[in-house]
Design a protein around this ligand. Structure first.
Ligand SMILES: CC/C=C\C/C=C\C/C=C\C/C=C\C/C=C\C/C=C\CCC(=O)SCCNC(=O)CCNC(=O)[C@H](O)C(C)(C)COP(=O)(O)OP(=O)(O)OC[C@H]1O[C@@H](n2cnc3c(N)ncnc32)[C@H](O)[C@@H]1OP(=O)(O)O
Ligand code: UBL
Length: 376
């Protein structure tokens, strides 16, 4: 193991990374709270400020992926669509198999300049994750309970609110509704069979209602759907803890741009369209399994320095006071102060381990573990 790799695997460095993330995150959350009066004066300006504040948090995690772990992200897409990425609003449809797929999504957002304004239809539980969830509140992220009776109105309303959004955004939809597990796959294939829909090998059966609702409410606002299929080389299952230990992965993303006005307006036709899309996505994954690459040319955007600069800024701002505090603590010689400080560190470690746990599939929800029936 090289010296750099050995250093990156050290727990004490992970604690420092988490410290910078948590403290800067709380500072940003407080600043976001301070923008509340601004919304009354100028919604446009308040949104722009929050986009930049949100960037300060999200780009730290992007920097962890791009600069700390040096994970590579390759984009397969056609050269005609490439110039449009980041220059228009779009709905992104992405498979949901990996613990860090959200972070790869953010990385592409960063490279196309839409990280701060990126949106997602997220499960309500994520709204309560400290820092990220609180930040999302100010970024107008759309939350759902994964109960259509409740979501149909709230989700539509939240998406409608984005009509006068001042910057280009990508709206991410994991139509499968939950992360892939063998059990969830088996159950969803039973649903597919009962509905006479062809089975999928690499995806869960997509939930079509949220997609239809999103597309209907973004007509005239978003120009396209980016059908995106993600995989990792060498059958790897990357994790956030792996990234933190400096482990390098290689992500491949295949993106097809589909003009939004070509998608059927009728709900049943739109659902059939989405099912067909997932059959195509499945064939791309099969192609990947056979050949180790996606079809189509490679047109990768390179990483930008901004996420690293932001990270260095927060680190230099927050690590020096921590160092001073540490020196003071040792020189105080007070056993009580030292023990309380250690207890605080342990509490913060446990809290951040819980946050990281939110990304872990093993600790995922039971949604999709059984057939759900809607009464409508
Ligand atoms: C150039 C580069 C391009 C791209 C770069 C890539 C990405 C970057 C983009 C943006 C990044 C932005 C942010 C990323 C950051 C963080 C994101 C992190 C995570 C958040 C993600 C989540 O939280 S996923 C979970 C929440 N989201 C969803 O669930 C969305 C999908 N779900 C829906 O749309 C649902 O319809 C719903 C939520 C609106 C409602 O849920 P409900 O459960 O009520 O579902 P349905 O009514 O649809 O379900 C009933 C129907 O389903 C059938 N059924 C029953 N059981 C099952 C089963 N086990 N599996 C499948 N289907 C089942 C049932 O028969 C019903 O059928 P109908 O025919 O009646 O519809
Ligand atoms: C500089 C880096 C510092 C690292 C410190 C890390 C601390 C923060 C850690 C995590 C923040 C939480 C991010 C939440 C994003 C999780 C997205 C996700 O994948 O959610 C799962 C959801 O779709 C489906 O859930 P289920 O499969 O149904 O269950």
């Amino acid at each position: 193991m090289g010296l750099v790799r050995l250093l990156k695997s050290q727990f004490v460095l992970h604690l420092l990374i988490i410290y910078v993330f948590l403290v800067s995150g709380v500072i940003v959350n407080v600043l976001q709270l301070c923008t509340l009066p601004l919304w009354l004066v100028s919604k446009r300006f308040a949104r722009k400020v929050n986009i930049r504040l949100g960037y300060c948090i999200m780009s730290q995690m992007v920097a962890l992926l791009e600069w700390w772990s040096a994970t590579e992200c390759t984009l397969y897409t056609d050269p005609e669509s490439f110039p449009l990425y980041g220059k228009e609003n779009a709905v992104v449809v992405l498979n949901h198999n990996f613990e860090i797929d959200f972070l790869c999504g953010w990385t592409f957002c960063e490279r196309f300049g839409v990280l701060g304004s990126s949106k997602v239809l997220a499960k309500k539980e994520l709204a309560f994750v400290p820092i990220i969830g609180w930040m999302w509140y100010f970024l107008e992220i759309v939350f759902c309970k994964r109960k259509w009776e409740d979501d149909r109105k709230t989700v539509a309303k939240s998406i409608q609110n984005l009509h006068d959004y001042p910057e280009n955004f990508w709206f991410l939809l994991h139509c499968e509704g939950t992360r892939f597990t063998p059990k969830k796959h088996e159950i969803s294939m039973q649903v597919a069979e009962s509905k006479g829909i062809p089975k999928l090998k690499y995806h869960l059966l997509p939930r079509t209602k949220g997609f239809w609702l999103t597309v209907q409410n973004l007509r005239g606002n978003a120009a396209a759907v980016y059908d995106s299929t993600l995989n990792f080389r060498n059958n790897e299952s990357p994790t956030l803890l792996g990234l933190m230990s400096g482990r390098k992965y290689h992500a491949d993303l295949y993106v097809r741009r589909i003009p939004l006005d070509t998608i059927p307006e009728d709900e049943a036709e739109c659902a059939a369209w989405l099912h067909k899309l997932y059959q195509e996505k499945d064939s791309f994954q099969e192609h990947y399994a056979q050949t180790g690459r996606f079809p189509g040319p490679i047109k990768s955007p390179s990483r930008r320095p901004w996420s690293l600069i932001n990270w260095l800024f927060w680190s230099s701002l927050l690590l020096y006071p921590l160092f001073l505090l540490f020196v003071q603590l040792i020189s105080s010689g007070s056993m009580l102060t030292i023990v309380s400080s250690v207890a605080l560190c342990v509490a913060v470690s446990v809290g951040s381990r819980w946050m990281i746990g939110q990304t872990e599939i093993d600790r995922g929800s039971s949604y999709g573990n059984k057939v759900s029936v809607n009464n409508h």
